[in-house]
Design a protein around this ligand. Structure first.
Ligand code: AMP
Length: 372
C-alpha cells in the first residue's frame, strides 16, 4: 500500500521508519527540498496546494499528515480523490485555538477560562473577566510556545499587544498546574480505540523537553484522560493517532490542546510500547488491525533542540536509543531525541543518573520534574 503524507518532517520520517517493515511505501509533499523524510520515500517539493504534488498524493491509497496546518481546501480536495485520515474535520479544531476550546467545552472536557480577543477593547474586557496571570495566544499557527505572551499585570498589556495585536487571539487563564501530561490513543475506522499509557511531560519555554511513560498514574487521572480522549475521538469519527495535552491540577485534569497526528510526547512508544504510535497510526490509516499499546518497561525521552549532543557518550548507557532526524541545526529546532527504556524502575533511575551529567545544568534540573 502507498501512503502519501502532507509534510516531510520528523513525524513523517518516523512514520516511514515504522511503515517500511509492514510493506508500506511513502510519498511526501513538503515546501522544503531538504525535508528530512525525503530519504525514506519520494519527496515532492512544493506548496501545500501545489497541483503536481497533490496529484502524486491523490494517486496514493491513503493520505495522512505530519503537520496540522495544511489548508482545509487542500484536505477537502484530496478527500474527494483518495482516502484521507485523520478525517479533515479533525483539523479545524487543531488549526484554531478558539474552535478547539469550544469543541472541548461542548464535549464536557474541562478547559482553562478562555475569551476571544479580536481587538484592543476585547483584550481589556477579557482581562477584566479572566484576571491575572493569563496568557494571550494567537488563534492560528502558534506552536511550541510561539505566538504567546504571559500577562502578569496591566504593565504587560502594551508590549503583548505590540507583538501579537492585529491577529485573531484568545486570552486564557493561567493554570497553576502540579504537572503536565498527555494521552495518546489510536482509533480504527471501525471505531475501536486503544489508549497508550499516560505520558508525563515537561515543557521549557513552551517547548516539550522531556516525556516519560507514567507507570502508576492515579486511576482517576487515567480514567479522566481516557474519557476525554475517547469522547473527542468518537465525536470526530477519528481514524489514526491523536494526542490530548493536559494540565494536572488538584481538582483533576484541564485539557490544553490536541494534535491530530503522532505527537512528540509519545515518541517513547517506539521502544517503550509493544506497537509504537507511528505504527499504530499507519495501521489505522491503512485499515490494518491495531497493535497493542501496552508499555514495555519504563521509558524517558529527551528532545534535542538546536544542536545534537555527541551520540557516543549517550549510547554507552544501557537501554538508550538514539534518533537523529537528519535536519539542519537551527536555534531551538527539534533535531532528534533519545529514549531510555528499561525493564525495571531501578534500572531507569540508574540510567537517568548516567544521562544527567551529560546534559546542560538547566535541562538536567528538569529531569526532577518527571518525578520518576
Ligand atoms: P501550548 O502552545 O498551548 O501547547 O503551550 C505550550 C506550553 O506553555 C504548555 O505545555 C504549558 O507548559 C505552557 N502553557 C500554555 N498555556 C498555559 C496556561 N493557560 N497555563 C499554564 N501554562 C500554560
Amino acid at each position: 500500500m502507498r501512503v502519501g503524507i502532507l509534510g516531510g518532517g520528523q513525524l513523517a520520517r518516523m512514520m516511514a521508519e515504522a511503515g517500511g517493515p509492514m510493506g508500506l511505501t511513502f510519498e511526501f509533499l513538503d515546501p522544503s527540498a531538504t525535508a528530512c523524510a525525503g530519504a525514506l520515500g519520494a519527496l515532492h517539493v512544493g506548496a501545500w496546494d501545489d497541483p503536481d504534488g497533490l496529484d502524486h498524493l491523490a494517486a496514493c491509497d491513503r493520505v495522512t499528515c505530519d503537520f496540522e496546518n495544511v489548508p482545509a481546501a487542500v484536505l477537502a480536495d484530496l478527500a474527494g480523490r483518495t482516502r484521507v485520515y485523520p478525517p479533515p474535520a479533525a483539523f479545524a479544531g487543531a488549526q484554531d485555538r478558539l474552535v478547539e476550546k469550544r469543541l472541548l467545552e461542548q464535549l464536557g472536557i474541562p478547559i482553562a477560562p478562555v475569551a476571544a480577543v479580536d481587538g484592543r477593547p476585547d483584550l481589556l474586557a477579557a482581562v477584566e473577566q479572566i484576571g491575572y496571570p493569563c496568557v494571550l495566544k494567537t488563534r492560528r499557527l502558534g506552536y511550541d510556545g510561539k505566538g504567546q505572551a504571559v500577562l502578569y499585570s496591566h504593565e504587560d498589556l502594551e508590549p503583548a499587544w505590540q507583538t501579537l495585536g492585529g491577529q485573531e487571539l484568545i486570552l486564557e487563564g493561567w493554570i497553576d498546574f502540579r504537572h503536565e501530561c498527555a494521552l495518546t490513543a489510536v482509533r480504527s475506522g471501525a471505531g475501536e480505540i486503544r489508549y497508550y499509557p499516560l505520558s508525563r511531560t515537561v515543557h521549557q519555554r513552551g517547548v516539550l523537553r522531556l516525556a516519560a511513560s507514567m507507570h502508576q498514574p492515579p486511576p482517576a487521572l487515567r480514567q479522566q484522560a481516557e474519557v476525554a480522549v475517547g469522547a473527542l475521538l468518537d465525536h470526530l469519527e477519528y481514524v489514526g493517532c491523536l494526542t490530548l495535552e493536559f494540565f494536572a491540577t488538584e481538582d483533576g485534569l484541564i485539557a490544553n490542546e490536541y494534535a491530530p497526528r503522532p505527537h512528540n510526547s509519545a515518541h517513547w512508544t517506539i521502544e517503550g510500547a509493544v506497537c509504537s504510535q507511528f505504527e499504530n497510526h499507519l495501521r489505522a490509516v491503512c485499515g490494518l488491525p491495531l497493535g497493542s499499546t501496552r508499555r514495555r518497561g519504563h521509558s524517558v525521552m529527551l528532545n534535542w533542540l538546536g544542536e545534537l549532543p555527541d551520540a557516543a557518550a549517550f549510547l554507552r548507557i544501557p537501554g538508550l536509543a538514539w534518533h537523529d532526524y537528519h535536519k539542519q541545526p537551527r536555534p531551538g529546532r527539534k533535531l532528534g531525541h533519545a529514549t531510555l527504556t528499561t525493564d525495571t524502575l531501578a534500572e531507569l533511575h540508574a540510567g537517568v543518573e548516567s544521562v544527567r551529567p551529560l546534559l546542560d545544568p538547566e535541562t538536567a534540573s528538569l529531569l526532577d520534574r518527571l518525578a520518576l
